[in-house]
Design a protein around this ligand. Structure first.
Ligand code: SF4
Length: 415
């Protein structure tokens, strides 16, 4: 078994833990933001409370609060109960989710609602362990958040905000995405969580990270737990506070798995933002995709566009897009037109002349791991085009219908 972490990186004084819980909760009661899911969670009981909480947690994964609010309100209006969500089609879910990114989240939410309704007789799992085990798309963080906030289970949570706060409170400078550090942070979060108000404590810790202990310029002067913060102590006094089993200077000795690597020691110009640290991110993969906006005159001359549906798995699964084709790198423009024309021919069932494709420009869109360049062409069609129902689903839409469809933000940029 790995050796327990040095006292520098732990909360070993029960009195300090009590004080930290009290200070954090008092601050949360005074300063918490008024967010729509908090009102819904407060105003509901049982299943509805759980559902309101769950949707917000899934939407907030990888998405900012400000962006989520509008999506959340529309979602809860459309599907106020799990039963309603279980009956929704994937198409409806994708339409509402369009623009929020990481589309598999919406799909898994709906799959989980169906599972609760059809396989668990409408009964939601109540512990973090069961939530994680039984529901698709519910990971360790989401399970902990739902179980503590909706059911009062005294279990901690670790998300990006919590990682930042805990790493600063306890001077953890090793790569915060490494399994060793993540395990320590979960142990710490589980030990710290307030036993009588676990949901509020977890929300308070996350709120602190989102509003005070922010990545670049934390507001340490206003921080309710500043007296417990070893990074701040180090910034002010040049060293962390003395702790029992650590040398006088407060530094770990030897190869501590939680201290910054010897090659990247404390940088006094960074202050508390020395923590947390992450290994350098992998560069996103570069991809080029040719895409064609096919346009036809609809009734009263208003344009109509052809959109086609992506396969049901992989990136942007089940979403609609203009006919698109991934391109090999460094393909000549002439060749690009030819392969795109061949591809369009397959959709339209009639020959398409490469020279008829008009190059419009390029649209760049960054997905989490892909740097995507869409090479945009357009083609105006005069006569009627009958689509082949045997190929992937496709349809003609007006501009208004396009925006109401399950299309990605990237495709909206293309249009
Ligand atoms: Fe974060 Fe500063 Fe508070 Fe420490 S004192 S927890 S660094 S805001």
């Amino acid at each position: 078994a790995p050796a327990p972490p040095s006292a520098l990186h732990r909360f070993s004084d029960p009195g300090e833990v009590e004080a930290l819980r009290g200070n954090l909760l008092a601050w949360y009661d005074r300063c918490k933001r008024d967010l729509p899911w908090r009102a819904l969670v407060r105003g509901n009981i049982g299943k509805q409370r759980w559902g309101a909480m769950w949707v917000s947690e899934i939407m907030l994964q990888q998405t900012q609060v400000a962006t989520v609010i509008d999506y959340y309100n529309r979602w809860m209006q459309k599907w106020p109960t799990l039963q309603a969500l279980a009956q929704a089609s994937l198409e409806e879910v994708n339409e509402l989710w369009a623009g929020l990114g990481y589309y598999s989240r919406g799909k898994r939410l709906q799959e989980a609602a169906r599972k609760v309704v059809s396989e668990l007789a409408g009964h939601m799992p109540r512990t973090a362990e069961d939530l994680q085990k039984l529901l698709p798309g519910v990971g360790r963080y989401t399970a902990g958040a739902i179980a503590s906030i909706s059911y009062g289970q005294a279990t901690g949570v670790v998300d990006g905000n919590v990682i930042r706060v805990l790493c600063r409170l306890r001077c953890i400078g090793a790569d915060s995405s490494s399994p060793a550090v993540i395990d320590q942070l979960w142990d710490m979060a589980n030990a710290l969580v307030d036993r009588s108000r676990p949901g509020d404590f977890n929300q308070a810790l996350m709120e602190l990270g989102a509003t005070v202990c922010v990545p670049k310029a934390p507001l340490c002067g206003e921080c309710p737990v500043k007296q417990h913060c070893r990074a701040r102590h180090r910034k002010l006094f040049g060293k962390p506070p003395p702790v029992p089993d650590v040398e006088d200077c407060g530094e770990c000795v030897g190869d501590c798995p939680l201290c910054p690597p010897a090659t990247e020691p404390w940088d006094s110009s960074l202050g508390v933002t020395n923590f947390p640290r992450k290994a350098a991110k992998k560069q996103p993969r570069a991809m080029r995709t040719a895409t064609c906006v096919l346009e036809q005159r609809g009734c009263r001359g208003a344009p109509k566009y052809l959109i086609v549906q992506r396969p049901n798995s992989g990136l942007l699964a089940g979403l609609w897009e203009f006919p698109s084709l991934p391109l090999p790198q460094d393909l000549q423009e002439e060749k690009e037109r030819e392969v795109l024309a061949d591809h369009l021919q397959a959709w339209m069932g009639q020959p398409v002349a490469a020279k008829g494709l008009q190059f419009i420009g390029e649209v760049i869109h960054i997905f989490s791991h892909i740097h995507q360049t869409y090479v945009v062409y357009s083609l105006h069609l005069d006569g009627d085009v009958t689509l082949d129902p045997a190929s992937f689903p496709s349809r003609w839409v007006t501009e208004e219908e396009f925006h109401a469809s399950a299309v990605s933000t990237a495709m909206k940029k293309v249009l």
